[in-house]
Design a protein around this ligand. Structure first.
Ligand SMILES: Nc1ncnc2c1ncn2[C@@H]1O[C@H](COP(=O)(O)OP(=O)(O)OP(=O)(O)O)[C@@H](O)[C@H]1O
Ligand SMILES: [Mg+2]
Length: 396
């Protein structure tokens, strides 16, 4: 079974493209489920059909669901949250503020992904298409949420226990020890989120970035690509949506078409080797399965099933390692040859030229305030060394 996640900046057409992909796949004979994990559910509007928290078959081979994250949250998070509120209360935090502080950031979307994982686990579909929240916030949050909230709130580590003991001394009455059911709930949630990550970063899942060919949208998509690559997600394709037709006398239209063509070239460079698929601006709002099927056929080709667009090996992979007071950005490049490689730092980007092809990488945010101090090819990877630059950290 494949899982396809669609994300991108707000309003670029994520829901439309996800739904179009699902309808097209289903009508090509692939048993498909399309799920909305975005708290602002608009999948039903796109399909023009009512949807709820249980999958419903909307036509042969196609089911759709609006994931209910809130109910999931009550089941999975409430026990932990109540405990945390209790801890904050003993530390003298106002109960209202405590309630606010213990809301998992992006909880709705993260919890929505738990539901998605369960749907995937039920495995009665060949393809699960997920309409995600804007710019993969959820996917980025997943490891963050894991580390910051669960490990910090679950007293399994001595470090945490120590921190709590210190906090307890500072507090008037001492910090309550979590009761068994709280620990159990936190452990269960931890295991579930780990399971979600396994599904999302696994070999059968890929992310597609939806964008419109505009400077700001592409810039955000590039940052998202870097963040996703850092977390080990596979981005197998990009959908450039709402393209203006190049023909026509109208100066306004041809002006847009020219500007978009220019941006498309930029996108091809930025996302290479992931393919940039093109989707025209439909003459009307694509609402309902038939209009969406038409878009899907335009996007993938009438006979093509929207499976994996690029082999997983082609996906951008990167990691950041710590070496003394430096950071090393590691970019796996198994086939690169030192003699044909060049490297340049351009603002927040790193331009890597390999065998005549230029790749422009948006730097992970932690490295933007560092200067490049060296680079080498070793063990099939490009290793670029960064040193924090104090002049870039100074507050004016
Ligand atoms: N190729 C297209 N041709 C014509 N209209 C389109 C196309 N793609 C999207 N639209 C329209 O653009 C609007 C925004 O699309 P959509 O809701 O899919 O974006 P989104 O990225 O999911 O937005 P949000 O960030 O709010 O979830 C909708 O009215 C949709 O019908
Ligand atoms: Mg949407």
């Amino acid at each position: 079974m494949r899982v396809l996640l669609f994300t991108g900046k707000g309003g670029v057409g994520k829901t439309t493209v996800a739904a179009a992909t699902a309808v097209h796949a289903a009508r090509s004979g692939v048993k498909t489920l399309v799920a909305s994990a975005d708290a602002a559910h608009s999948l039903a509007d796109g399909l023009g059909l009512p949807l709820g928290p249980d999958p419903v078959e909307i036509e042969p081979g196609l089911s759709a669901v609006h994931v209910d994250a809130r109910a999931r949250g009550e089941r999975s998070w409430r026990a932990v949250q109540e405990y945390l509120i209790g801890v904050l209360d003993t530390l003298g935090v106002d109960p209202l503020a405590a309630e606010e502080l213990t809301v998992l950031p992006g909880a709705e979307e993260v919890l929505a992904l738990l539901e998605i994982r369960d749907l995937v686990a039920r495995a009665d579909h060949d393809l699960v298409v997920v309409d995600c929240a804007p710019s993969a916030e959820t996917l980025r949050l997943l490891p963050e949420a894991l580390h910051r909230y669960l490990e910090a709130s679950l007293p399994v580590e001595r470090r945490v226990l120590r921190a709590m003991a210190t906090g307890a001394r500072a507090a008037r009455g001492g910090v309550p020890r979590p009761r068994d059911h709280v620990v159990e709930a936190a452990e269960r949630l931890h295991a579930e989120l780990t399971g979600v990550r396994e599904v999302l970063a696994g070999p059968d899942t890929s992310v597609r970035l939806v964008l419109t060919p505009e400077a700001m949208v592409i810039a955000e998509a590039r940052r998202t690509l870097t963040a996703l690559a850092l977390y080990g997600y596979t981005v197998d394709g990009v959908v450039a949506n709402r393209l203006m037709p190049a023909d026509g006398e109208d100066g306004w239209r041809s002006g847009w078409a020219r500007a978009q063509a220019h941006r498309l070239v930029e996108a091809e460079v930025a996302f290479h080797p992931a393919p940039v698929l093109r989707l025209g601006y439909a003459a009307g709002e694509p609402i309902g399965p038939d209009a969406l099927a038409e878009l899907g056929a335009d996007l993938y080709g009438p006979d093509a099933v929207p499976g994996l667009l690029a082999p997983p090996g082609a996906a951008l992979r990167l990691r950041v390692e710590r070496e003394d007071d430096e950071f090393v950005l590691v970019l796996p490049m198994p086939d690169a040859d030192r003699s044909e490689m060049s490297l340049a730092r351009i603002g927040d980007d790193l331009a890597v030229q390999v065998a005549g092809h230029r790749r422009l990488l948006s730097l992970p945010s932690g490295l933007r305030r560092c200067t490049v101090v060296g680079a080498r090819l070793a063990g099939g990877a490009l290793r670029v060394r960064f040193r924090p630059d104090p002049t870039l950290w100074r507050v004016p």
